[in-house]
Design a protein around this ligand. Structure first.
Ligand SMILES: [Zn+2]
Length: 255
C-alpha cells in the first residue's frame, strides 16, 4: 500500500479513537452514577446545560472553551481531553504494531475497557459492575469467534485473574477493591493466564513507583487510598506491547 494511503489509514483510526475516547469518558462518568450512557445528550456536570455540537468535539472543544463551561465557568478536568487523545493514539499504535487482526481487535477491546474504568476509578474510586458485565459478554463473544489454543485458555485466564486477586485481597487485608478482583477475572478471559498475571505484575510496579514518588515528594500520606485502575491500564499497555519480549528475556534469564 502506498505511504500516503497508510497515513490516511492511521489518521482515520486516530480520529475514530478520539470519538470513542469521548464516548468512554461519558460511559466512565455516567456508569458510576447509574445513568444511561445514551440519554440525555451531553450536558455540563455542574450546571446541567445541554452542550452544543461545537462543545462536543474531542480534545478540540476543551481548548476552544479554555477548559471551562461557558455558562457556569466550572473548570473542566484536563483528564477528559487527555483520555480522548490517549484513546486515539492507542488505537492507531495498536493498528500499526499488532502483527495479526485478532491481536489488533484484542488490543482495541482491552484498552476500551481499561480507559473506561480509568475514568470511573479516578472520578469515583469504583469500577462499575455494569461496565464489567458488558465487557464480560464482549470478551466471551470474542473468544468464541477467535478461540484460544487450548480452547479452555480463557477459563484458565478467568480463574487466574480471580484467584490471584483474591489471594492479594486476603494477604493485603482488603487493601484492594472488590472491583479490581472482578476486573482481572474479566481481563483473563480475553488474554489468558500468562498475560493477565503479567498485567498485574506491571500494574503493581507502576503503582509502587508512583506511590514512592508521591510519598518522597510529600504529595500524599502513607495509607492514603489511591485508585488502582489507572495502573492496571498502564500495566496492560506495557504488557500488550512488550509482554512477549519480557517473557522471552525472563525465560532466557532462567535458562
Ligand atoms: Zn456548566
Amino acid at each position: 500500500m502506498p505511504a500516503s494511503l497508510m497515513i490516511i489509514n492511521y489518521m482515520s483510526i486516530f480520529l475514530v479513537g478520539l470519538v470513542l475516547g469521548s464516548f468512554y469518558n461519558v460511559v466512565g462518568l455516567r456508569s458510576v452514577k447509574g445513568e444511561s450512557v445514551i440519554f440525555p445528550g451531553s450536558y455540563c456536570y455542574s450546571c446541567g446545560r445541554k452542550l452544543t455540537y461545537l462543545e462536543m468535539v474531542p480534545v478540540f472543544s476543551y481548548f476552544l472553551l479554555k477548559g471551562q463551561c461557558k455558562s457556569c465557568n466550572v473548570k473542566i478536568s484536563p483528564l477528559y481531553p487527555i483520555l480522548e487523545f490517549l484513546t486515539g493514539l492507542l488505537f492507531a499504535v495498536v493498528f500499526v504494531a499488532a502483527d495479526s487482526l485478532s491481536y489488533m481487535y484484542l488490543g482495541w477491546l482491552l484498552f476500551s475497557l481499561l480507559l473506561i474504568i480509568t475514568v470511573s476509578d479516578l472520578k469515583a474510586m469504583m469500577i462499575p459492575d455494569k461496565v464489567l458485565f458488558v465487557f464480560l459478554l464482549i470478551f466471551i463473544f470474542y473468544r468464541i469467534i477467535i478461540p484460544m489454543t487450548p480452547w479452555w485458555g480463557p477459563i484458565l485466564g478467568f480463574c487466574a485473574g480471580f484467584l490471584l486477586l483474591n489471594f492479594i485481597y486476603i494477604i493485603s487485608r482488603g487493601n484492594i477493591g472488590g472491583g479490581d478482583i472482578k476486573l482481572f477475572a474479566v481481563i483473563g478471559i480475553l488474554t489468558g493466564w500468562q498475560q493477565v498475571l503479567l498485567i498485574f505484575f506491571f500494574a503493581v510496579i507502576c503503582g509502587t513507583m508512583f506511590s514512592l514518588v508521591g510519598l518522597a515528594s510529600g504529595r500524599f500520606r502513607s495509607k492514603q487510598a489511591i485508585p488502582f485502575g489507572p495502573f492496571i491500564f498502564a500495566g496492560s499497555v506495557i504488557c500488550y506491547f512488550f509482554g512477549e519480549h519480557f517473557l522471552e528475556w525472563y525465560i532466557s534469564f532462567l535458562g
